[in-house]
Design a protein around this ligand. Structure first.
Ligand SMILES: Cc1cc2nc3c(=O)[nH]c(=O)nc-3n(C[C@H](O)[C@H](O)[C@H](O)COP(=O)(O)O)c2cc1C
Length: 161
């Protein structure tokens, strides 16, 4: 069976994900960010998380060069923030107020939590990379339902009855 990109996308789109913004500071000092659905936890010892940036992501190239990134897990009322950070515009943080993590990386107000990471390893993964981050600091900021993305639509988590 040959797997065409459209059916791959459509089939995998049935799998729901949370949505995060990976933020960081480029070597130039510019704050950068990109929306991702591929975030996952990986290891407790050492504490590792992972996500998959597209090879052509301008934001990730800038963040990667600093060797550090921050995961901002979005709340259900932050679909507009997700759309903003999924765009390819330059200087995305010019239009967005932000705070700072312990290590001075950009943190989005309204996000449920942030996880600050050091770049641990990067693996080639086709048209994406697989990035592992070692967690250095984290904070839960808000008791709110997470933003969920499934079948091309945004929604919110609700506990099953
Ligand atoms: C819900 C959602 C999930 C996404 N997940 C990813 C992802 O896991 N990896 C990725 O590279 N891009 C993902 N994207 C697309 C990126 O947000 C987008 O291509 C990128 O931010 C473009 O800007 P950049 O070139 O500045 O990085 C996702 C977009 C949306 C809306």
């Amino acid at each position: 069976m040959t797997v065409c990109p459209q059916s791959f996308r459509k089939t995998l789109g049935h799998y729901p994900t949370g949505v995060s913004v990976i933020s960081g500071i480029a070597r130039s000092g510019l704050p950068c960010g990109m929306a991702i659905g591929s975030f996952t936890s990986v290891s407790l010892d050492p504490p590792l998380v992972a996500f998959c940036p597209q090879k052509n992501s301008a934001s990730w190239r800038m963040i990667e060069s600093s060797g550090r990134f921050c995961v901002n897990v979005l709340a259900a009322d932050q679909a507009d923030i997700c759309r903003h950070f999924a765009s390819r515009i330059e200087r995305k943080f010019d239009a967005i107020a932000f705070e700072h993590s312990g290590g001075a990386l950009p943190v989005l107000p309204g996000a449920i939590l942030w996880i600050e990471c050091e770049l641990y390893a990067t693996y080639d993964a086709g048209d994406h990379d697989l990035v592992l981050g070692r967690v250095v600091e984290m904070e839960v900021k808000r008791d709110a339902p997470p933003l969920i993305f499934c079948r091309g639509e945004y929604g919110r988590f609700a506990a099953a009855a």
